[in-house]
Write a protein that binds this ligand. Sequence first.
Ligand code: B1M
Length: 211
Amino acid sequence: MSELYEKMAKELIVGNEVEVKKLTQEAIDGGAPARDVLDNGLLAGMDVVGKRFKAGDMFIPEVLLCARTMHAAMDILKPFLSEGDRAGAGTVIIGTVEGDLHDIGKNLVAMMLQGGGFKVIDLGTNIKPQDFVEAVKEHNPQIIGMSALLTTTMPKMEATIEALKEAGLRDQVKIMAGGAPVTQDFIEKIGADAYGANAAAASEKAKALVA
Ligand code: B1M
């Protein structure tokens, strides 16, 4: 399987959606666990994309192709990542904070939460603090999950918590946050309740928050 994963990562890096979908399906049909395919094939490829983007060896149009390819492969994995249905764990509202359009990690977290038995309401990207507030009023969730990938948008997490406090809703919900630049220290500083280092950890933390 490791050869297949190497090929999958390689094709993801060049944004070959058709081939990555084919390889993902092949891995699943061959009995590979979805988490394995994700970690060793797709995320291994995204890791290289991140490094090359940072080094200036890849540009936005190329990274967008990789993101599209990643999403297409995630669609294949979704039913398998979400299959551990433990109905009734609670409701989570999730979104990427205002000013931030990154959604691959947030979508993975949403899938893992669904797999953990949560009802997930995904608000999408670029979500303003007030939109989180309105969503809490509408859906009465147990947890709010915020994702941020940019250091410049991390402060919107704190702004969202402030908006919830002003609306008198902070004590009704637990708040979880994550994303590449987010740390446990940051979570504590802004007064959130839990930090998810990755999608699997996020699902575990969410379960602990409602236990
Ligand atoms: Co952007 N980008 N990007 N980008 N991009 C980063 C984040 C960057 C680190 C790249 C770099 O320079 N090395 C850099 C940020 C630097 C910084 O802030 N210090 C960056 C930049 C600068 C930008 C732009 C500003 C570039 C520009 O326009 N000049 C721009 C900003 C746009 C905007 O948001 N307003 C931009 C645009 C883009 C694309 C649109 C091209 C594309 C996004 C496409 C999409 O998401 N639909 C993109 C991508 C793909 C990346 C990188 C390469 C990959 C991100 C990713 O999807 N990783 C990224 C480099 C990197 O992160 N190393 C980069 C895979 C994903 C599975 O991981 O999202 O970390 P991640 O999610 C993980 C965990 O973090 C965690 O679980 C997930 C699964 O394990 N997690 C949570 C995430 N959310 C969570 C929430 C939780 C719990 C856990 O609880 C609720």
